[in-house]
Write a protein that binds this ligand. Structure first.
Ligand code: TPP
Ligand code: MG
Length: 816
């Protein structure tokens, strides 16, 4: 058979081409062998769970060819072959991550924190600053929730657009070369059913950003066939309306069989050119892929696929298909000579044999590297247990524990610590040096190991946001007051002037300068590329922010009202909040989310869901400034640092009067520091946001009858009161009331835990701590809706009074 499709003008270049094809094929074979052995490792108990890229190897070889330094990938768990093909992953890494080797030098993606198949590159230097990202392959840390990679993909692509279109950013070579970088997305066919997929596709079409989405289509999502997933059973079919034409922007859409190596290479090269040069998004629907091992190591696909389908998958498996193509490939050159990739099948068989050996050796090496440190650690503990047992009256029990640990075939840290900690129970009544040595060892071991699993939730370096000191706002002696929105607006103006990397965007943020005019006139002044409107699509607004922040920009993403943040909750909690943690501190997205809420009226306009945010957003700062000067100070603080945060402004505070500081863009509100806004001796009241105004009002009524409260504004909810000032206050008043606009057991429960448990205020309380919260339901509409749903001045007065009644029922008689 003579194939003319691929032109090879010179013998030499055919040899190069041959080498490349055979090298690609070898990568595919290594990847497949890893998947096969990986499954065995799980089934024999050496690893917990495995999810592999088998059946998707060949298209990933093609994608890797088009992927250039500076580019970004935002993909999912099937991409091991791609990672191998760009040279960032090998068989030994594969097994290390499968075992969950908790060492960043070994599992460079997540130090064992993520399941296998979740990839990440290192964006940061040791000091937390960005590396030169335009000189490396960039892999944004994967997440497991299906389509969770899509919103971030939008931002990664949009960053290229910003680097190309904002003149002042053109020279930032560390992050971009004139916006030539493509953001490559990968997603499974079934995951395209998710709303996040469609939201992202639409937004990227509107924005016209350099994004190439590959859809790996194997007709299934675990056991569920395409007919239950996708209209017409074809994602490219239904996306046809996005195809660009002479009159309209849109997408370029390609459809290709996943086993057709030469066509894939061709299409990926075209797609790359379109996206890179024209900044037009591209979709590549890669069909006819298979799952030779089923979805994952839990369960087998024989349960849900028919015999016919299983046979079809065997016949259409992309690796045997590529093998046949290599074997049968012949090309006649200009001299009439027939050029081939291989002489005969034996050459391929020899390659296959070599690969098996290589992968098997890599597996052994990875296993030994994983298990040996723990065998050594066990040995240390066994010796210490032996020493302690010799001196102990409970020798037999300790020796029994020792035997139990010695008999574990493949000891992990849980086995080691479990036995060590149990041994201390038998030694509790005894005192001797060997026991002390054992105790010290366990304590130190636990502390060191714990870090492997718990570090990097926040920035732990000097650059962390909580290190930014307070700079007070400065005023002219006779500074006038203005609507408070002007403080914000002028401060944003100063920030946009100071930092070219700042971008502010959201619904109505551009042309009208946000619904409350905190950005009024700033689009005109700083340009439509820096202050701009987006569609109504909260999840991808956050995704835009995450992606751009990961690429060195400083986005401020607006969520119009706090109540609508839940459209983006998945992206915030699964992606943004975990990014630093799941990449073991090797990636960051210092995204600032600007929103407004607190004490409004109506079921979907209360802006009070603080408890749920506190639970979902560990990894972010949750900031609740009581006025706009404080809010502006938080933006200034955050921009001096590099961590993500959500700032919840008071919706009913924009028209209240505040003075305009002189040091705009400079003054800071410290993170995690409370402020005592009224001193008093009888009761400490802790609150935040708009509710503080009501607390202040109630406190005036209370002081009229001789109750002197101390009012503390938390200012920050996450983290809370790092200096433990609330404890100091309770040491004086011995009583605590928390006033919270959230539901019972919401933010008030969090605050109680912080104050009573963590700060230890329990020891200083003379009265039961009280929480005054909203009702459990959403607030009804209107002023009465608020009055009957949220804590009112009356509620606060009576709640505090009741505490004092219990203290002195004669002086403070029952009100009712
Ligand atoms: C939001 C969410 N729902 C469910 C799951 C469980 N889950 C993991 S993979 C998967 C199927 C995905 O199928 P597809 O997108 O076609 O990718 P494939 O595995 O076939 O490559 C499901 C349902 C998940 N990870 N995330
Ligand atoms: Mg699928």
């Amino acid at each position: 058979m003579i194939k003319k499709a691929i032109e090879t003008p010179k013998k030499l270049s055919f040899q190069d081409f041959r080498k490349e094809v055979l090298n690609d094929f070898k990568i595919a074979l290594i990847s497949r062998e890893c998947s096969l052995l990986g499954r065995r490792e799980v089934l024999t108990g050496k690893a917990k769970f495995g999810i592999f890229g088998a059946g998707k190897e060949v298209p990933q070889l093609a994608m890797a060819k088009a992927f250039k330094k500076g580019d970004w990938r935002s993909g999912y768990y099937r991409d091991q072959t791609f990672m191998m093909a760009i040279g960032e992953f090998n068989a030994q890494h594969f097994f290390a991550s499968l075992y969950g080797h908790a060492d960043i030098k070994v599992d460079s993606f997540s130090a064992g924190r993520q399941m296998n198949g979740h990839f990440a590159s290192h964006s940061l230097n040791e000091d937390g600053t960005f590396k030169n990202l335009s000189e490396q392959y960039n892999i944004s840390a994967d997440v497991s929730p299906t389509a969770g990679q899509m919103p971030r993909l939008l931002g990664l692509a949009e960053a290229s657009k910003k680097f190309r279109t904002i003149k002042e950013l053109n020279n930032v070579n560390k992050f971009s070369n004139n916006g030539n970088e493509i953001a490559w997305g990968t997603i499974g066919n079934a995951s395209t059913s998710e709303g996040l997929f469609f939201e992202t596709v639409n937004a990227a079409g509107v924005l016209q950003v350099p994004m190439v989405i590959s859809i790996w289509d194997d007709d299934y999502g675990i056991s569920v066939h395409s007919k239950y997933q996708t209209t017409k059973e074809s994602i490219s079919e239904i996306l046809k309306g996005f195809q660009r034409d002479e009159n309209n922007n849109g997408y370029e859409i390609f459809v290709v069989e996943g086993w057709n190596y030469s066509q894939l290479v061709d299409i990926y090269s075209k797609a790359s050119k379109i996206a890179r040069e024209e900044h037009v998004p591209v979709i590549i629907h890669v069909k006819e892929l298979t799952q030779p091992q089923g979805h994952s190591t839990s369960g087998s696909h024989e349960r849900y696929k028919s015999k016919d389908r299983l046979n079809w998958e065997k016949e259409n498996d992309c690796i045997p298909k590529m093998r046949d193509w290599i074997l049968n490939f012949e090309l006649e050159d200009q001299e009439g000579e027939i050029l081939k990739f291989v002489e005969d099948e034996e050459e391929i068989k020899a390659l296959e044999k070599e690969v098996k050996k290589e992968v098997s050796a890599a597996r052994r090496k990875a296993w030994n590297a994983y298990i040996q440190p723990m065998i050594d650690e066990r040995k240390e503990l066994l010796q210490l247990l032996q020493n302690a047992a010799q001196k102990s009256e409970n020798k037999i029990f300790i020796e029994k524990l020792k035997r139990e640990l010695a008999e574990v075939d493949e000891p992990i840290r849980k086995n080691i610590l479990n036995i060590g900690r149990k041994s201390l129970i038998y030694l509790r009544d005894e005192t001797f040096e060997e026991k002390q040595i054992l105790q010290e060892w366990i304590k130190k071991y636990q502390a060191v190991q714990q870090l492997k699993y718990s570090s990097h939730l926040y920035n732990e370096l000097d650059s962390k946001a909580t290190n930014i000191e307070e700079i007070e706002p400065e005023y002219d002696d006779e500074a006038e007051t203005f609507d408070a929105r002007i403080v914000l607006r002028n401060n944003f103006d100063a920030l946009l002037t100071q930092h070219n990397e700042i971008l502010i965007f959201g619904e109505d943020s551009g042309k009208i300068g946000d619904v409350n005019q905190g950005l009024e006139g700033l689009q005109e002044k700083h340009g439509v590329n820096r202050v701009y409107d987006t569609g109504i699509r909260e999840a991808t607004i956050i995704g835009q922010g995450i992606g751009m922040a990961m690429r060195g920009l400083r986005p401020i993403a607006e969520i119009q009202y706090l109540d609508y943040v839940f459209y983006a909750a998945q992206v915030l909690t699964d992606d943004l909040a975990t990014l630093r943690y799941r990449s073991f501190g090797k990636q960051k997205a210092p995204l600032i989310i600007r929103t407004r809420g607190h004490r409004l009226e109506g079921i979907w306009h209360s802006g009070s869901q603080m408890g749920s945010l506190l639970n979902l957003l560990r990894g972010l700062y949750v900031l609740v400034p009581r006025n706009m000067t404080k809010a502006a100070g938080f933006y200034n603080t955050l921009l001096k640092s590099d961590e993500p945060a959500i700032v919840i402004e008071n919706l009913n505070g924009y028209r209240l009067k505040e003075r305009i500081p002189n040091n705009l863009g400079e003054f800071t509100t410290p993170i995690g520091i409370v402020e005592t806004i009224k001193e008093g001796d009888d009761i400490t009241i802790v609150s935040y946001g708009s509710t503080l105004k009501l607390v202040e009002e109630a406190s005036k009524d209370l002081s009229q009858i001789g109750i002197d409260v101390e009012i503390i504004d938390t200012q920050t909810l996450l983290p809370f009161d790092r200096d433990q000032d609330v404890l100091g206050s309770i040491q004086k008043t011995n009583r605590l009331v928390i006033v919270d606009e959230d539901v019972p057991g919401g933010a008030s429960a969090y605050l109680l835990d912080e104050i009573i448990n963590k700060q230890g205020a329990y020891y200083y309380l003379d009265s039961k701590p009280v929480t005054i919260t909203a009702k459990a339901h959403r607030p009804a509409y209107g002023t009465d809706g608020d009055y009957f749903s949220k804590p009112s001045v009356n509620d606060i007065f009576e709640g505090v009074y009741k505490v004092m009644h219990e203290v002195d029922p004669v002086k403070y008689k029952n009100l009712f």
